[in-house]
Design a protein around this ligand. Structure first.
Ligand code: HAM
Length: 418
């Protein structure tokens, strides 16, 4: 007998789990249609060269690349943006604005962790052919609409920046190696101030300037409130980008999403093709990685031919948004039946529930529950049951509480999970 499991970072989704993914995909698709985006379908395998020029080193390192039987160097698509740019370039007859969406799988050889998988879904939304901020505002509004529909808008924070703005501010302060410095800025949130300054100095920036950069990239807050400070600090060459940011802020207000957006001069994003606006969204209540990310890439289409077509868009990340409500953990073999009964009851109540299928140990089940973003873990153990109890673990705080074994439903109702 050979026991073969799925590869690390790749997931088997049985029907009871797939339903919550399918529901989310439907919300994303529905939102896209509401905003007039049209669905496309593109290959999952591309020539590796498609990514060489503009996706950046990090993504190149993460690609699943191999030689096919015709000795072509090919890659499983790590993202869809270059494919879309290729498609737009190929057709000169498309009427602008071209608004496309789709949800499909991508592959990246990542360090597997919460919200980072090797096979994952992305929902891409892009508008081609519109250079003005109206398109920028519309893609951001579409993203916001997804979270509104999911009832998550209260906890989602959108962070925006403009790479041109940041670059000209850096240049005005005499920074010459802007590209390298922007890569360090991209990692700023993961570092302490000392580390950040050190990393900057390692790229050759003098210490006085490093402190200036720390100060500049600390500009963060509601866009309309930051514009004044930006205008003061921005050099002449950057005033146009400041104007653009101000116009964007007004357009976001008309879409009623400005309150959820913040300007943050430390947002750079890893992909190399962005030419202006960049944005990401984070979950205020969780330690989740970016929920989605996007930006403007006006020069990508022209890499593949003579048509120049401006573009802006984002990819919605499913792994960081799908949350399993409850994972039912069975501490030992002889409580499995009881655990399954709990799982069934809670599913009947409409929750998305997972439980152990492969007789894994306690720690492994807990790790798994963490990896699928389970909100709660219901721990079913023999000793607890003898005391007429089960344990409920809150995965965000780590807090555990004992509840009566027949009071699980009431408890969840009280916690407003049901
Ligand atoms: P990205 O920032 O690489 O951008 O990915 C966008 C989102 O996809 C991330 O914020 C995250 O939610 C999700 N994501 C990325 N990598 C993984 C992973 N390994 N596991 C799970 N989720 C992941 C892009 O891909 C651009 N092509 C987005 C874009 C579209 N820009 C313009 N149009």
């Amino acid at each position: 007998m050979t026991e073969i499991q799925s590869l690390k970072g790749f997931y088997d989704r049985y029907p009871e789990e797939w339903v919550s993914w399918k529901k989310l995909i439907e919300v994303v698709d529905e939102t896209a249609e509401e905003f007039g985006f049209r669905q496309i379908d593109t290959p999952n395998l591309e020539k590796a060269d498609l990514y060489r020029v503009k996706s950046g080193d990090e993504l190149m390192d993460q690609m699943y690349s191999f030689e096919d039987k015709g000795n072509r160097k090919v890659s499983l698509t790590p993202e869809q943006t270059p494919t879309r740019a290729r498609l737009v370039q190929q057709r000169k007859d498309l009427k602008t604005p071209i608004k496309w969406y789709d949800t499909s799988k991508r592959w990246r050889y990542e360090n597997v962790q919460k919200g980072r998988d090797r096979e994952f879904f992305q929902g891409d939304f892009d508008i081609f052919g519109i250079e003005s901020v109206e398109a920028d505002a519309e893609v951001i509004a579409a993203a916001a609409r997804i979270y509104e529909k999911l009832d998550l808008m209260d906890r989602v924070r959108f962070q925006l920046n403009d790479r041109n703005l940041l670059e000209s501010m850096l240049e005005a302060h005499g920074v010459e190696n802007t590209e390298e410095v922007m890569q360090v800025i991209d990692d700023k949130e993961k570092m302490s101030t000392e580390e950040f300054l050190e990393e900057l100095e390692e790229t050759g920036v003098e210490s006085g300037k490093a402190e200036k950069i720390d100060d500049l990239t600390g500009i963060s807050g509601p866009i309309s409130e930051q514009i004044g400070e930006l205008r003061e600090k921005a050099p002449e060459e950057a005033q146009e980008s400041v104007d653009r940011m101000e116009n964007l802020s007004e357009a976001l207000e008309s879409y009623d999403v400005a309150d959820h957006c913040r300007l943050d001069l430390s947002i750079v994003r890893g992909l190399a093709y962005y030419t202006g606006l960049v944005f990401e969204a984070f979950d205020d209540e969780g330690d989740l990685r970016a929920l989605f990310g996007g930006g403007r890439y006006d020069e990508l289409v022209s890499i593949f031919g003579d048509q120049e077509v401006p573009a802006v868009g984002f990819a919605f990340g499913y792994s960081t948004t799908v949350e399993t409500d409850i994972y039912v953990l069975s501490v030992s073999e002889n409580v499995r039946d009881t655990a399954l009964e709990y799982a069934t009851t809670l599913r009947e109540k409409g929750l998305s529930v997972e439980t152990d299928l492969s007789r894994r140990g306690f720690g492994e089940q807990l790790d798994y529950a963490d990896s699928i973003n389970a909100e709660r873990v219901l721990i079913v153990g023999e000793r607890d049951l003898k005391n007429n109890q089960v344990t409920m673990k809150h995965m965000d705080s780590g807090k555990e509480e004992e509840i009566g074994k027949d009071e699980v439903v009431e408890h969840l109702e009280r916690e407003r999970l049901l």
